[in-house]
Design a protein around this ligand. Structure first.
Ligand code: PAF
Length: 251
């Protein structure tokens, strides 16, 4: 696997790949089997797979969340190699933000509700970095998990609005045995929190109303940001102590 840290170097490699189909999986590292399923699919559908690891500072609305975000590069490199990923793009923040974040990508409708309401600025940062990464990598297909459903919708909407020459491939959420969605943040749950966390997906896909689910979660000790039905899905965001979980199921 080639590890590329500079935009210029990637563009040199990219020139040699004009006759290849390129699949791109953007990540923030701390890779798990959820990412694994994206690499596997990208490998099946393309000649070359590029992954990026960039813990994007502009999409964290709380500085301690950015500071606490797990950084596991050695594990991640071995994980990518086990999926035969061809290139890892691993830039520094200065490489991605030569403009010091003076240019931003903003969406005004979908991004202001749910996650946008509870995490101000998050989607600006996410859309900005995804736009930059898509422009740099110039892939044929880019893979996004359905776990971050609102993110997926926004990326699809941006690609359409800006005529970006890439196809966005949505990929199903991968779950642990207790049905909790795999997520880099969930690895911070201790044993007791983990037991409690499994009630979140259980209730989210139950026959109960969103109001009843909120009630049940509160009784179990969760702090609930929202449980709503939208986009033919039921989506939720909750806190277990200082760890925030999001999830969604198709209705
Ligand atoms: O879902 C993520 O890991 C991030 O939001 C992404 C798409 C890599 C952008 O930083």
């Amino acid at each position: 696997m080639n590890i590329v840290t500079k935009v210029e170097s990637w563009l040199e490699f990219r020139k040699l790949l004009t006759d290849k189909k390129i699949g791109f999986v953007p990540t923030m590292g701390h890779l798990h089997d959820g990412h694994g399923s994206l690499f596997k699919r990208a490998k099946q559908e393309n000649d070359i797979v590029v992954a990026s690891i960039f813990i994007n500072p502009t999409q964290f609305n709380q500085s301690n969340d950015f500071a606490n975000y797990p950084r596991t590069l050695d594990h991640d490199v071995a994980f990518l190699q086990s999926f035969e990923v061809d290139y890892l793009f691993l830039p520094e923040a200065s490489e991605i933000y030569p403009d010091d974040y003076q240019f931003q990508m903003t969406e005004n409708v979908l991004s202001v509700e749910l996650e946008g309401e509870y995490r101000p600025g998050h989607f600006n940062g996410m859309l900005t970095v995804v736009l930059k990464l898509l422009n740099i990598i110039q892939a044929d297909r880019a893979y996004f998990g359905e776990k971050d459903y609102q993110q997926l919708l926004l990326v699809e909407k941006m690609v359409k609005a800006l005529f970006l020459p890439v196809k966005i491939i949505p990929c199903e959420t991968i779950r642990a045995k207790d049905n909790v969605a795999l997520s880099s943040r969930n690895s911070r749950l201790n044993e007791e929190q983990r037991l409690k966390a499994s009630h979140f997906p259980r209730l989210l896909q139950s026959e109960l109303s969103s109001f009843e689910i909120t009630d049940e979660l509160k009784k179990l000790g969760f702090k609930v940001d929202y449980i709503v039905e939208k986009w033919q899905r039921r989506l939720g965001a909750v806190w277990l102590d200082d760890i925030r979980l999001i999830d969604n199921f198709s209705l």
